[in-house]
Design a protein around this ligand. Structure first.
Ligand code: 0WD
Length: 256
């Protein structure tokens, strides 16, 4: 049997075939998990239905959830509780910042843009952890997606880098809060991957090129590699690990 046989896992953030959450979906499905999906937009819902059909993945449940809205989060997790009873994992793969704040100088960030990036990209993990822990009555694992721009100044990443720093600090505080219930909280810090969201950050090609040149492995990572690292965090193989940020970036973060 697979590592996640009989486990109910919620995946948030499949927008299309390129989404990191889609690579994660394939890894978790291959390990035998029952998958529950949430998405924000009707457009993503239609894409998800087609992707699942094409890949012969039977979802346990699909619910709509806008992480900017407390009511939407409450409704989504109530429906999950009602229809699935218990969940054992949650994948948070959601972020947002205005495109015009992902270029130029960080010092030009607007108050509104700063708050929006924090709300959707960092506070959302806090809000969904609070809701998910009520349904994780047998213990569980929560995994979010972050990026090196939280630790270092990476050109154009700006307000999102600061939101990711907040997200990673939240991983540590949340890990302490829910550890007593047998729930672990970790993050995967992926190298640059060409997705819908990545298109919003100026100079993507440049970033990917630097990885091929400078990272120890001399190649970029893909959604499947992030998927397998997330599978590790979801499974009992990582039972001794919480509050951690694991770099899946061909080793780029160790290079000065
Ligand atoms: O290079 C990259 N692509 C990296 C991405 C490197 C390292 C980390 N990451 C992170 C991102 O910052 C994000 O946290 O991975 C996560 C997933 O990003 P992605 O796969 O690159 O992006 P994408 O395919 O655009 O998915 C982002 C999802 C979309 O899903 P839906 O179902 O809503 O279309 O985040 C969603 C976005 O729409 N999203 C929201 N979901 C719920 N409520 C919201 C919201 N308010 N806002 C955005």
């Amino acid at each position: 049997p697979g590592l996640l046989q009989g486990k109910n896992i919620v995946v948030m953030g499949v927008a299309n075939e390129r989404s990191i959450a889609w690579g994660i979906t394939k890894s978790l499905h291959n390990a035998g998990a029952n998958l529950i999906f949430t998405n924000r937009q009707e457009r993503s819902y239609q894409k998800l239905i087609k992707l699942l059909e094409k890949n012969e993945i039977e979802p346990k449940l699909i619910v709509s959830c806008d992480v900017a809205n407390d009511e939407s989060i409450t409704e989504a997790f109530n429906e999950i509780k009602e229809k699935a009873g218990v969940i054992h994992g949650l994948v948070h793969s959601v972020a947002f910042a205005n495109r015009d704040e992902l270029k130029g100088e960080y010092a030009d960030t607007s108050r509104e843009g700063f708050l929006m990036a924090q709300e959707i990209s960092a506070y959302s993990l806090v809000a969904v952890t609070k809701a998910a822990k009520e349904v994780m009555t047998e213990g569980g694992s929560i995994v979010t997606q972050t990026y090196l721009g939280s630790e270092r100044v990476i050109k154009n990443y700006n307000v999102m880098g600061v939101a990711k720093a907040s997200l990673e600090a939240s991983v540590r505080y949340l890990a302490e809060d829910v550890g007593k219930y047998g729930i672990r909280v970790n993050a995967v810090s992926a190298g640059p991957i060409r997705t819908l969201s990545a298109k919003g950050v100026s100079g993507f090609n440049e970033k990917a090129g630097i990885i091929e040149e400078k990272a120890p492995l001399r190649r970029n990572v893909d959604q499947d590699q992030v998927g397998d690292a997330t599978l590790f965090f979801m499974s009992e193989l990582s039972r001794g690990v919480t509050g951690e940020v694991l770099h899946v970036d061909s080793g780029y973060h160790i290079i000065g």
